[in-house]
Write a protein that binds this ligand. Structure first.
Ligand code: ADP
Length: 256
């Protein structure tokens, strides 16, 4: 049975095509203002990558913030359910999942079957989300994908007085003006982000192993800082891009 999962997120949209346990094709695109168009594009790209015709798809499940606007899905599921399923597939030993996307951060605890038993989210404020990193990267004049490696070279990371995106932005500008290095400022941004996420992660009562998903899992600076704060190793999925967790969970749920 060939299925697809389509995760229409706030910043990026993801689609995967799966046959049983096998990932056949994937796509990640920037979300546009019209979710239906974005969904068509991202699914078409994943199908092309898999070499599969649309007519060969048995079922497709939608998730993510734009899930109600995907025209072609057979059913939709919440991001929580899909991320839990996807994370378990990506890292079968994971009992705690930290997912940081563009506009929210979720911490989940899973039971032995991969069902979510405890769940907390920050979706009220940009602090502690990918949006915070996007804004800070723009102030530094770098791509968000470059932020992580600043932490590797930092000698004395700066401390941001506030994790509020507006105040932190002002802090970063001040640090640039006072001649701090990009490495030290970037590391300070990653540390501030990790601090905000650690509070949420601790509140779900962490159980090993921790798996991190969502686009921010690709920022090694945030991951390493978070590991120090929660005192537990964090596993980053190797089986597939961690940003695909929701779409993978959706494709698995489409298998019934
Ligand atoms: P959503 O599903 O809400 O759109 P994602 O899970 O796609 O969110 O995550 C988007 C965030 O991931 C971005 O805001 C950015 O901070 C981060 N991100 C995306 N790609 C990378 C990358 N290559 N390296 C580091 N961070 C990344």
């Amino acid at each position: 049975m060939i299925t697809a999962g389509c995760d229409i997120g706030s910043l990026t949209s993801k689609a995967v095509v799966m046959k049983g346990n096998r990932l056949l094709g994937i796509s990640i695109v920037r979300s546009r203002t019209r979710p239906a168009e974005t969904a068509e594009k991202v699914l078409a790209e994943a199908l092309a990558a898999a070499g599969i015709e649309r007519s060969e798809l048995s079922r497709c499940v939608g998730t993510g913030y734009g899930r109600e606007n995907i025209p072609f899905v057979d059913e939709v599921h919440s991001e929580i359910v899909c991320h839990g399923k996807g994370a378990r597939w990506l890292v079968p030993t994971a009992n705690t999942v930290i997912d940081i996307g563009g506009q929210d951060c979720k911490a989940m605890r899973l039971d032995k079957d991969g069902n979510v038993v405890k769940f907390l989210a920050n979706d009220k404020c940009a602090a502690g989300t990918g949006r915070f990193l996007e804004v800070m990267a723009k102030v530094l004049g770098v791509d968000v994908s470059e932020l992580g490696r600043f932490s590797e070279h930092a000698k004395k990371p700066v401390v941001l007085a506030s994790t509020c995106t507006v105040w932190a932005q002002a802090d970063v500008i001040q640090y640039i003006n006072s001649g701090e290095t990009l490495d030290d400022i970037g590391a300070g941004i990653n540390n501030a982000m990790a601090g905000r996420v650690a509070t949420l992660a601790n509140a779900v009562r962490i159980e090993r192993e921790i798996c991190m998903t969502g686009g921010v899992a690709k920022n090694t600076g945030v991951v390493r800082a978070l590991e120090k704060l929660v005192g537990t190793r964090i596993v980053i999925p190797r089986k597939a891009d961690p940003q695909l967790a929701g779409a993978i969970g959706a494709a698995l749920l489409a298998q019934g």
